[in-house]
Write a protein that binds this ligand. Structure first.
Ligand code: AMP
Ligand code: MG
Length: 423
């Protein structure tokens, strides 16, 4: 089978035992294959929100473009000011923001100046109005001023020709504003990543249909839709696929033809994997791992034609945990983001004891809150069953307990990863 992926997955994953992979090992194998999609498009600034820049954006101008005042006050020639005591200067003009000074500042003169207004030629320093006293056409300046204070110089924020934004940066509201401040109307961005996903399982029913005995509604396609859409990717929902070799083969082929990335949920735990393993071996190259983590032990990663494949576990919480642990950063890298920064973790005290066995990394669901004493702490949401999706909805963070950690007592410090910022 020819694939554009090199080195082969087998050679990369071979160093590890697929039956006990750590989270870090699995992440590092996946990281070998993450090249940004080819394909860029020039879009108007507003349409660039949530997209990834495909080229450096150089500043076409000096920012600021002219020397201007950082304060409401008086523009002066610093050399006019007495070394000690007040100095009297003659008021010669007023400069408002957006106006051009009527004349340069002569010796012994001062100009009333507003924040953002052009500093008149001849002036080199701005005195804030609280340090000045006006008497008719005379202005008394207090002692103790510093040369060049409160003047913003041309090109101080950004010199003409310097990179204002870098290739690989995601465009957030601050970047939109920065582009607008430079007068830039269009930018080159990567095309959005296309991600196809489907659920597997004979027990699954889609909403709108009645539930029969032993059946459950498919929730994973909805969490996946939400997580992918919030990250700005194009989603292709391929529905529920039965646990049947032909149906699965057709779904995998269709998905890999249409998308850069194929994500499935269910069917990768021990018994099920035996069934889809030979199928995926025919379509590409896939490794099946048991990760030392909870939830999310079974995980498959592979290549189908030109597409990346993530086989997530079936349990609803495990889907979200494995998505945020393995898939999110991989998709950001594929969509052109560089560098991809892992979500920040903070250390806070837990107010509840936490059950934990050594030997696996756990992503427990927690609620971080601000106490009356002004300190942040976290509590567990309670039952940590990997099928309890309500625990994700109640939580606002993962409590990440490291591989080697045992049970945690109330009052101990733990690491949390806030949902806000990754979702
Ligand atoms: P599996 O990995 O296929 O054995 O599934 C593990 C568990 O997750 C089983 O209880 C499944 O019923 C459940 N499950 C699998 N897929 C979904 C889904 N799309 N929505 C809700 N639960 C699911
Ligand atoms: Mg299943």
């Amino acid at each position: 089978m020819n694939t554009p992926f090199s080195p082969s997955l087998a050679s990369c994953a071979d160093e590890y035992d697929p039956h006990s992979m750590t989270v870090e090992q699995a992440r590092s194998v996946i990281a070998h294959y993450l090249k940004p999609v080819a394909g860029t498009v020039r879009v108007p600034v507003r349409s660039a929100l949530n997209r990834v820049l495909a080229e450096d954006v150089l500043s076409p101008v000096d920012v600021p473009s002219h020397a201007n005042s950082a304060m409401d006050g008086y523009a002066v020639r610093f050399d006019d000011l007495a070394a000690s005591g007040e100095t009297a200067l003659a008021l010669s003009q007023t400069v408002l923001a957006g106006a051009v000074p009527s004349h340069p500042l002569g010796p012994g003169q001062t100009a009333r100046i507003m924040t953002g207004a052009m500093v008149p030629a001849g002036a080199d320093t701005v005195v804030m109005q609280e340090q000045a006293r006006r008497e008719g056409e005379q202005v008394w300046i207090a002692e103790g001023q510093h040369r060049a204070q409160h003047v913003r110089h041309p090109g101080e924020d950004l010199a003409k020709g310097m990179p204002a934004l870098r290739k690989g940066q995601k465009v957030h509201p601050a970047e939109l504003g920065l582009l607008a401040s430079l007068g830039i109307g269009e930018v080159l961005v990567y095309r959005p990543l296309r991600v196809a996903f489907f659920s597997t399982g004979d027990e699954l029913v889609s909403i709108g249909q009645p539930l029969g005995p032993g059946q459950i509604y498919d929730s994973n396609r909805y969490t996946l839709y939400g997580m992918l859409t919030e990250l700005g990717f194009d989603c292709l929902d391929l529905g529920v696929v039965r646990d049947h070799p032909v149906a699965l083969e057709n779904a995998f082929e269709e998905a890999s033809r249409m998308a850069d990335v194929v994500i499935t949920s269910g069917g990768v735990s021990v018994g099920d994997a035996d069934f889809i393993k030979p199928l995926l071996a025919r379509l590409g190259e896939t490794v099946f791992w048991k990760i030392a983590m909870k939830p999310g032990r079974p995980l498959a990663y592979g290549h189908l034609g030109n597409s990346h494949f993530f086989g997530l576990p079936g349990n609803p919480v495990a889907v979200m945990v494995t998505f945020y642990t393995f898939v999110r950063e991989a998709l950001l890298a594929l969509s052109g983001v560089s560098p991809v920064v892992p979500p920040a973790r903070l250390r806070v005290k837990t107010t509840t004891p936490l059950k934990k066995a050594p030997g696996r990394t756990e992503f427990q669901r927690g609620v971080v809150s601000l106490g009356a004493d002004g300190t942040w702490s976290v509590r567990s949401t309670g039952n940590q069953g990997s099928g309890i999706l309500r625990s994700m909805s109640e939580a606002n963070c993962f409590i990440v307990l490291p591989l080697e950690s045992g049970p945690v007592q109330a009052g101990a410090e733990v690491e949390v990863q806030l949902f806000e910022g990754i979702l």
